[in-house]
Design a protein around this ligand. Structure first.
Ligand code: SF4
Ligand code: SF4
Length: 184
């Protein structure tokens, strides 16, 4: 049953990102617009309902929090102006902070490789990113054919390029980390 004052999870979400999940009246418009919903275990409107009900453990260990691509289609479609994508993003952050084992283990690994690449060079280098991801995931052989095709067509640059403001980028990372620690 939904508590009149809202679940602990609902309050936690509001404290962290300001979104008022209690305003959701389950119209389902967020879910019908979500292109990634076929791969999700909970559709966006179901996520909102589970937040209202305080079903925290199940949500933090769901596939949905990792499958969501933060495309914000759901957010744009919500008649109550709830930033649904931000709510899912907040759940993802909470899952990471609490050390919940991700249902899609390679997605957070890909995120880490992506961020490490940006932090080091300021720009994504496909060979560096994919090399790190493939090594760490142990999935060395899939996509080899595609990589060869892309190389032949000049779609992938082998030598990574660096941006000038790398110091600035590292500062942004440090600041973001500091803010994250302060929020906990
Ligand atoms: S932000 Fe996530 S939940 Fe929302 S529409 Fe995009 S993929 Fe779906
Ligand atoms: S579109 Fe908004 S109100 Fe409708 S179900 Fe999704 S979050 Fe709830």
């Amino acid at each position: 049953m939904i508590s009149v004052t809202g679940s602990g999870l609902e309050k936690e979400i509001e404290r962290r990102c300001g979104e008022k999940v209690r305003l959701c009246f389950q119209c389902g418009k967020c879910s019908t617009g979500c292109l990634f919903s076929p791969a999700m275990d909970f559709l966006p409107h179901q996520v909102m309902k589970l937040v209202q009900l305080g079903v925290e453990e199940r949500l933090l260990s769901s596939r949905t929090v990792w499958i969501c691509a933060s495309c914000v289609t759901c957010t744009a479609r919500c008649p109550n102006d709830i930033d649904v994508a931000r709510v899912v993003d907040t759940l993802r952050e909470m899952a990471l902070e609490r050390g919940v084992r991700p249902a899609e283990k390679n997605i957070p690994l890909f995120h880490s490789c992506f961020l490490a690449n940006i932090r080091a060079t300021g720009r994504i280098s496909e060979p560096v990113l994919m090399g790190a991801y493939k090594l760490l995931s142990g999935d060395l052989t899939s996509d080899v054919g595609l990589a060869v095709k892309m190389l032949r067509k000049g779609k992938i640059k082998l030598v990574p390029s660096l941006v000038r403001g790398r110091r600035e980028i590292r500062r942004i990372f440090r600041e973001s980390r500091r803010k994250e620690m302060a929020r906990r």
